[in-house]
Write a protein that binds this ligand. Structure first.
Ligand SMILES: Cc1cc2nc3c(=O)[nH]c(=O)nc-3n(C[C@H](O)[C@H](O)[C@H](O)COP(=O)(O)O)c2cc1C
Length: 143
């Protein structure tokens, strides 16, 4: 069973922290969708999309990548980090078009200094922490 996670982590590297730990502990390839906006995913059985949440959506690079490169009928899982709350709708809309549904979803807080939060030193400071990382690894192992 080959697995890959396509990720985007442009704010503080919060999501990257999670997926790098996952890749170290599970047999998972990583693709940074910002650096590599296209890839052939046909050889993978299970595909993960991981992103920070920006204006209630997965990062545009992930949405564009999935729209172009996600083959139909794959097992897909979703991971996000967020300052306020998780939101999977943007990517789930694309999965719908590809006849896929998420086989699992995982989200945790991620340090956020966007806009006014910067003035107060940011929110969700220290996240993802060790526990978040452990939970994310367990999530992927359990898929
Ligand atoms: C431009 C921008 C918009 C954001 N919008 C949201 C949002 O709508 N909801 C939310 O919960 N967090 C929001 N955040 C916080 C990020 O989702 C959070 O910090 C996330 O962990 C960033 O992940 P990254 O470091 O992997 O990019 C936003 C951050 C930025 C920079």
């Amino acid at each position: 069973m080959r697995k890959v996670i396509v990720y985007s982590s442009v704010h503080h590297g919060n999501t990257e922290k999670l997926v790098k730990s996952i890749a170290e502990e599970c047999q998972v390839d990583l693709i940074d969708a910002v650096k590599q906006p296209d890839a052939d995913l046909s050889s993978y059985d299970t595909i993960g999309f991981a992103s920070g949440i920006y204006f209630s959506k997965f990062h545009q690079s992930i949405l564009g990548f999935a729209e172009k490169n996600l083959p139909d009928d794959k097992g897909v899982f979703l991971i996000c980090t967020y300052g306020g709350s998780a939101n999977y709708k943007s990517i789930e809309q694309i999965l719908g078009k590809k006849h896929s549904t998420a086989i699992g979803k995982f989200g945790c807080k991620g340090y956020d200094t966007f806009g006014p939060f910067k003035l107060v030193g940011g929110i969700a400071k220290g996240h993802p922490d060790e526990k978040d990382i452990k939970n994310a690894v367990e999530f992927v192992k359990g898929l």
